[in-house]
Ligand binder design. Structure first.
Ligand code: PLP
Length: 388
């Protein structure tokens, strides 16, 4: 059977070139980067080379990057790091109700310890209004954390505008850029951020490695205590093959970004247009234009997202409903609820995220298969019958 992967926001396959770059660091160059003999120093050199590649892509200095075990750790490090380090200054954080679980649950854990968190409203497209950020600031505010682009419905937030507000108010500003780095241009100075989270496996790198950008001069207590790795900010022997793979993936992303952007935008729009034409009572979630170039998220009336997913899977198509992290729970997506969708519509959502391997044929196939699935499910839907 034909298999079509349309869940690139959940994870991406590791690029063969990335695997090739990583392999020697498991065997030939296995030394501990903290060791002073040449095996160690060679590994250390490879880490620093990767660091400069990642820094270069986002307009940062190498010293401003801390490698982590992924996007989740980067979010935890940024948010808890600022909260713990600035306890004497204040206890108020401003964020959104649409953050990835990694940011959301970190804020909730701080709330249980007495930190006050403001969850800004978002409009029906998932956009944060920068004026609301300005209004939420108090003299106790120590951190603003707003994601660059949402992983579920793809909306890209006005980070640069919020960055200006944060700078004027001299408040630390963090963004989760896991869905944007390597896919669209990201520059820490243009965005005006002090902290920025990244993850390798969302950009054709390996799982289990990511980074946090920390603007020079930002005080942040160590996240992991132990050895002196990562300039004493993150103890533990470095994931050398992972970091090397991350660097190579960033390099490839940079080379292919423009071409892929154009190609994926075209495919995305072909899929959106086709779905809206061929299925009635369907709506696009997220902003139409301020949108990740590979994201299609729709809600289909009178059908359950899970049922569509299972039927798509039978036809060889991998998609998702809500985010990968919530797909095993029966709760509707908190992100879609925050846009004002009813629980029924949130339950009837479907996310397709496109990537390197997809072609126009894949889109045609989805457009052929999904309308039939929807028709079949609607024919047996108790939701539909109760409305007639
Ligand atoms: C995937 C993802 C994360 C988590 O990254 P991991 O490397 O899997 O821990 C965080 N934020 C966003 C927006 C993501 O899409």
């Amino acid at each position: 059977m034909r298999r079509i992967y349309l869940d690139y926001a959940a994870t991406t396959p590791t690029h063969p070139e990335v695997v090739k770059a990583m392999l020697p660091y498991f065997t030939d160059v296995f030394g501990n980067p903290s060791s002073i003999y040449s095996y160690g120093q060679e590994a250390k050199g490879a880490i620093e080379e990767a660091r400069s590649k990642v820094a270069d892509l986002i307009g940062a200095q190498s010293e401003e990057l801390v490698f982590t075990s992924g996007g989740t750790e980067a979010d935890n490090f940024a948010i808890k790091g600022v909260a713990y380090t600035n306890e004497h200054k204040g206890n108020h954080i401003i964020t959104t109700p649409i953050e990835h679980h990694a940011g959301m649950e970190t804020c909730k854990s701080l709330e249980r310890r007495g930190v006050r968190v403001t969850y800004l409203p978002v409009d029906e497209h998932g956009l944060v209004d920068p004026d609301n950020v300005r209004r939420a600031i108090t003299d106790k505010t120590i951190l603003i954390s707003v994601m660059h682009a949402n992983n579920e419905m793809g909306t890209i937030e006005p980070i640069a505008e919020i960055g200006k507000i944060a700078r004027e108010a001299r408040i630390y500003f963090h963004t989760d850029a896991v869905q944007t780095v390597g896919h669209i241009p990201v520059d820490v100075n243009e965005l005006g951020v002090d902290l920025l989270s990244m993850s390798a496996h969302k950009l054709y790198g390996p799982k289990g490695v990511g980074a946090l950008y920390v603007r020079g001069g930002t005080k942040l207590l160590p996240f992991m205590h132990g050895g002196e790795q990562e300039r004493r900010r993150r103890a533990s022997t470095e994931n050398v093959p992972g970091i090397v793979g991350f660097g190579r993936a960033i390099e490839l992303a940079k080379q292919e970004m423009d071409e892929e952007a154009e190609r994926l935008t075209y495919l995305r729009d072909q899929l959106i247009k086709g779905l809206l034409e061929r299925i009635d009572h369907i709506r696009l979630n997220g902003h139409l234009t301020k949108r990740l170039l590979n994201n299609v998220n729709v809600s289909v009336d009178f059908v359950e997202g899970e049922s569509m997913l299972l039927n798509l899977d039978l036809e060889g198509i991998c998609a998702s409903t809500g985010s990968a992290c919530s797909s095993s729970s029966l709760e509707p997506s908190y992100v879609l609820l925050a846009l004002g969708l009813s629980p029924e519509l949130a339950h009837g959502s479907l996310r397709f995220t496109l990537g390197r391997e997809n072609t126009s044929k894949d889109i045609d196939y989805v457009l052929e298969v999904l309308p039939k699935i929807v028709a079949k499910l609607r024919a047996m839907s108790p939701l539909l019958k109760s409305r007639r």
